[in-house]
Design a protein. Structure first.
Length: 102
């Protein structure tokens, strides 16, 4: 999970292994019936983030968790030059999904 947006009460997740990830392709084909976070579970409202919003969310994640972000990118065999344009290009390959309440 990248972020819990407390304003919209959405949970943001990233397909770090890309658009070909099975779970991501399944969500694109058919929205999730249920999500669970901790001991809470609900029927979600789902939306796919556009690349600009995804890049902004990832920038915030990097700011809050710099070492973890660096390790995750290395594990996913991803890298970029640290620029906004580079982050935007990278996030075009690593889509994000928001799950909110209906």
């Amino acid at each position: 999970m990248v972020e819990h947006d407390t304003v919209t009460d959405e949970y943001i997740v990233c397909a770090g292994l890309g658009r070909s990830s099975d779970w991501y392709r399944n969500l694109v084909a058919r929205p999730a019936l249920r999500v669970q976070v901790g001991n809470r579970s609900w029927e979600p409202r789902q939306r796919l983030l556009d690349v600009t919003e995804a890049a902004d969310r990832f920038a915030r994640y990097e700011h809050r968790h710099p070492r973890t972000a660096k390790r995750l990118l290395a594990w996913m065999e991803r890298s970029y030059d640290g620029s906004d344009a580079g982050r935007l290009a990278m996030m075009d390959e690593m889509p994000m999904v928001a799950f909110g309440r209906r």
